[in-house]
Design a protein. Structure first.
Lengths: 451, 292
């Protein structure tokens, strides 16, 4: 009998070690399982605390400690003034992990792993809301006045007339340039405002000759082409059809990009850290990027007063071309797993949907430029910024944001971006024919989105 | 009850104990490996939404240009990297098996260490080594060569992946060879030495044939590992420039989680990789194992 007990115990011990073995093995394999195992920990934690009336804790997923995590912490503080029991459990997760966790939950049909609130990149909002509406709670009746947000930005999180997200940060494209380098070339910052790409390239050559650095730095070149495309409002999707071929703006954008690289005006860094370093070390005279890049630029305190913000150049000879585009930005969403939606709605409404003081704080301390329109009328936005030589940069950026042409990717931003990246790489690296490459990209996208 | 118990013979009892020990592991393997695999195969025959789709997902594979590109990349890694790595591992094992060499333990540890590092952190390190102003380019310039844009151009980027793979997995395979070498009786070498065999002849005529089962095993493991390669493509080059370094597994990940999700098609591609690994391993076993 004793032996039997012993053997049962042994088997149990083996089973336990097998279980833990199984648990740890896939965790090393990919980010997805890490995310899902973390997610399951959260549900365990959530299960321990029963959702009673006094429980006013909401779980939040977002990714940047200096930016959106900070924003949520400040929002928590602001909301706690009137709701002392309120608490946020903010979990910092890389965005690709958030998306993987959401998709995994949706495919499995088990939403219990999701947090109450999560932040979603605008570029993948349509894709996820179209394919997996089940992860979201519709926000139409949550009490937020959506008319107070900038329209272009709101469109990213609205699918078929239903609001799934509350716009957070603005991603208006800016061109940040080193005013000291520009002046060293005998030019003025003013010269770089409202330029076309050909004018810009002429000016750049002077700056490059005087300072011996490339005019622009970039990371993963296709992004700038995407921004050029948007600046001309040339949608890659029109009425559900892919329109890359015969898209004059696209062709011009790729040609312009090729010229920028070929003539050494723009340096391309694959690695993000080196890209940031190229600004902070002064090995580039400028950068074109979403305005969120400012917090990275400002990290180099020794360069204070040496930067200025202007709008990006516009495409030559393209109908509808402007000097304005958008790059990045994200929106808050409430998950379908949120048990206490009243609390979540009230929290979001009272903070990101109404609190101008909160937005002022975020602007100054996190560089987050609001898409909540009343916030942009606040005094803080009109103040000069010493880092940019006293320029009222936020006011300018809000103005840029208001002029960005609309662009439609349908739910296929990632597919189109990926195909365009291939085309651009082939054109720049292998001198491939632009028309052929655009045709290939069109075929690839059509193939990918076909059922 | 007593009667029933008496019916079990001693042999049956032993068998039952054996099964009882096997059961927990078997159930877990079945639930966490075979059940998902069968579900994935079923998934590959369906459309988004669950309707039966026949072999349409498989037919789609033949029209998919991105798949062809990724297949080419994966086979490039396979054809170039696996032989280099295995030959290197064999040479290192042979060197470190020499009883006269000093500090064997340290060398063995050092060579094995890469495969104990995290996939992501070693990718980050390779990224900085091959950066435009990284160590590799500085060395190239110092010896009078021009620097290379490793991650910006197709072939250099592919070679970075091959070099990274060799760095990481050579030590791992070397350990298998070392174990195999230790099992070869030293008297065989002594006998051949007395018969006048040169070291090279010893290596070709004794070491290689006696190591054959180990070589076969490492070849099959490397084949399966290379065809499922994901981390290097994802972390080191992000598949770029364009898709010129993207592996099949990375493409499957993109189909599922980055682009418009097509899990059914991704499942079909996974099954396709499974078949390729099976076929390649079968060929290797046929060629490598002459015992039958």
């Amino acid at each position: 009998m004793k032996k039997k007990v012993l053997s049962v115990l042994l088997v149990a011990a083996m089973a336990m070690s097998m279980l833990t073995g199984c648990g740890s093995k896939p965790a090393g394999n990919d980010a997805q399982s890490v995310a899902s195992s973390e997610a399951s920990k959260e549900t365990e934690a959530a299960a321990e605390t029963p959702a009673s009336a006094e429980d006013e804790t909401l779980t939040v997923w977002c990714w940047d400690p200096n930016f959106n995590v900070y924003a949520m912490k400040q929002a928590e503080k602001a909301y706690q003034v009137d709701h002392p029991n309120f608490k946020l459990d903010i979990q910092e997760k890389v965005y690709s992990d958030i998306e993987t966790a959401l998709i995994t939950a949706a495919e499995a049909g088990d939403y219990s792993t999701l947090p109450d609130i999560f932040l979603m990149q605008d570029y993948s909002f349509h894709k996820n809301a179209t394919n997996y509406p089940g992860i979201f709670t519709a926000l139409d009746d949550c009490g937020i006045d959506f008319s107070q947000f900038s329209m272009g930005k709101l469109a990213d999180s609205t699918v078929d007339g239903t609001h799934y997200g509350i716009p957070f940060d603005n991603g208006a494209t800016i061109m940040a340039i080193r005013s000291d380098m520009v002046e060293a070339a005998g030019l003025k910052v003013e010269d770089f405002k409202d330029t076309t790409w050909s004018e810009f390239m002429e000016l750049s050559k002077k700056v490059m000759a005087a300072n011996d650095v490339p005019m622009l730095t970039c990371s993963g070149g296709s992004e700038i082409v995407i921004e050029m495309l948007q600046s001309a409002g040339a949608s890659p999707m029109v009425d559900g059809e892919v329109t890359l071929v015969d898209n004059a703006a696209l062709k011009k954008a790729i040609e312009t990009y090729k010229q920028l690289i070929d003539e050494g005006i723009m340096a391309d860094y694959t690695d993000w850290d080196q890209y940031i370093a190229s600004m902070n070390k002064g090995t580039a005279a400028g950068v074109i990027q979403g305005c969120w890049i400012m917090s990275s630029i400002q990290a180099a305190e020794d360069q204070a007063g040496k930067w200025a913000i202007v709008n990006m150049p516009k495409l030559d000879d393209v109908e509808g071309a402007t000097n304005y585009a958008n790059c990045g930005g994200a929106s808050w969403a409430v998950s379908s797993n949120c048990k206490n939606t009243d609390l979540a709605f009230d929290f979001l409404n009272a903070t990101f949907g109404a609190d101008v003081d909160l937005y002022d704080d975020l602007l100054v301390n996190a560089g987050a430029i609001a898409s909540y329109l009343p916030a942009a009328q606040s005094e803080t936005y009109n103040e000069g910024n010493e880092f940019y030589g006293g320029q009222a940069v936020y006011k300018d950026i809000v103005e840029f944001a208001g002029r960005v042409p609309g662009i439609d990717y349908g739910a296929y931003y990632s597919d189109i971006r990926s195909a365009l990246t291939d085309a651009i790489t082939n054109v720049v690296q292998k001198n491939a024919d632009i028309d052929t490459e655009i045709k290939n990209a069109q075929d690839t996208v059509e193939f990918n989105i076909a059922e | 009850m007593e009667k029933k118990k008496a019916k079990l013979s001693l042999e049956k009892k032993h068998n039952l104990t054996g099964w009882a020990f096997l059961l927990p592991a078997s159930i877990l393997i079945f639930v966490f490996c075979f059940y998902p695999m069968s579900q994935a195969i079923l998934l590959s025959f369906r459309k988004t939404g669950g309707a039966f789709n026949g072999a349409a997902n498989y037919a789609r594979i033949f029209k998919d240009k991105t798949f062809q590109q990724c297949l080419f990349n994966t086979f490039f890694y396979f054809v170039i990297q696996v032989p280099i790595m295995l030959v290197l591992a064999l040479m290192l094992a042979q060197l470190l098996n020499n009883p006269k060499i000093k500090g064997k333990g340290i060398f063995r540890t050092l060579i094995f260490l890469p495969c104990a590092t995290s996939l992501v952190s070693y990718s980050m390190i390779f990224k900085s080594l091959f950066a435009p102003d990284g160590v590799v380019n500085r060395v190239l310039m110092a010896i009078g060569l021009s620097s290379v844009d490793w991650f910006q151009s197709t072939w250099p980027a592919r070679w970075v992946i091959v070099i990274a793979l060799i760095w990481r997995w050579t030590g791992y395979n070397m350990v298998f060879y070392l174990a195999g070498l230790q099992n070869i009786d030293y008297s065989v070498y002594e006998a051949s030495y007395i018969d006048g065999a040169t070291p090279f002849q010893q290596f070709m005529k004794i070491t290689i044939p006696l190591l054959k089962p180990t070589i076969l095993m490492t070849a099959i493991m490397s084949t399966s590992g290379t065809l499922q390669l994901f981390d290097e493509s994802m972390n080191l080059t992000a598949g770029g420039p364009g898709k010129s370094t993207m592996t099949l597994a990375h493409y499957i990940y993109n189909i599922s989680f980055v682009e418009t999700p097509k899990f059914n098609y991704a499942a079909a591609l996974s099954v396709c990789i499974l078949v390729m690994v099976a076929v390649l391993s079968a060929i290797q076993m046929k060629v490598g194992d002459k015992r039958d």
